[in-house]
Design a protein around this ligand. Structure first.
Ligand code: 13P
Length: 250
């Protein structure tokens, strides 16, 4: 059985005080969540606070991006070692906002995954199609291309202990969720694609769904055979909603 992971992506939201309040709420209810692992991916400046507040709680934390470089003259960048300094477990790579707004291409995202993994972080590798791509029936081609960039660089084994997040771009922040069947179809495609290369890796890799996941739709999505959790944006900013999604995992 794959562990269910409910990960919050706070994006560029919050303040020291709002994050304290949010984490107080999450900590207060986390004991009622039986099967899912909870994690939050925070903006860099708050990692020290998050570490202090979540240490010893069983709730994991991580970041939303990292540099491919180890150290040096890279103004504004943050390395894997810096994230490990704050005991980050996870780091999101290749979120569609980074791909579309900051020009991160498949090769760079694959490199970020490789660097994070080699450093001992668990990268959450985001893939997904735009509305235009879905309407042109190229969803599988797009997702395959994104994953192939990683396999070409690192080999399929690099995914065995990793996490993939399928996030259809048209469902992110729009309130429009992929139906459980739509999401399951892409998750199954991803797992079958990996199984072609290595059945054991395909069985192990956690594939999360992301895109307007909320307390009302989480249970149906999480009930699907190949959906192993969620990457939650807006709903992760409210403790009750985030916890309700965790509970929906069963
Ligand atoms: P929303 O849950 O706000 O749609 O965001 C999803 C997302 O982008 C998580 O990474």
């Amino acid at each position: 059985m794959r562990q269910v992971l409910i990960a919050g992506n706070w994006k560029m939201n919050g303040s020291r005080s709002s994050i304290r309040e949010l984490l107080d709420g999450v900590k207060a209810g986390a004991g009622e969540i039986k099967s899912a692992e909870l994690a939050v991916c925070a903006p860099f400046p708050y990692l020290a606070d998050v570490q202090e507040q979540l240490n010893g709680t069983g709730i994991s934390w991580g970041a939303q991006n990292l540099s491919t470089e180890e150290k040096g003259a890279f103004t504004g960048e943050v390395s894997a070692a810096m994230l490990l300094d704050f005991d980050c477990k996870y780091v999101i790579v290749g979120h569609s906002e980074r791909r579309s707004l900051y020009g991160e291409d498949d090769a760079l995202v694959a490199k970020k995954y490789a660097v994070a993994r080699k450093a001992g972080l668990k990268p959450i590798f985001c893939v997904g199609e735009t509305l235009e791509e879905r309407e042109s029936n190229v969803t599988e081609d797009v997702v395959a291309r994104q994953i192939d960039a990683l396999i070409a660089l690192e080999g399929v084994a690099a995914l065995a202990d990793g996490v993939i997040a399928y996030e259809p771009v048209w469902a992110i922040g729009t309130g429009k969720t992929a139906s459980p069947e739509q999401a399951q179809a892409v998750h199954a495609f991803i797992r079958a694609k990996l199984a072609n290369a290595d059945a054991a890796v395909a069985e192990k890799v956690q594939i999360l769904y992301g895109g307007s996941m909320n307390p009302a739709n989480a249970a149906d999505l999480l009930a699907m055979a190949d959906i192993d959790g969620g990457l939650i944006g807006g709903a992760s900013l409210k403790a009750d909603d985030f916890l309700a999604i965790g509970k929906a995992a069963g």
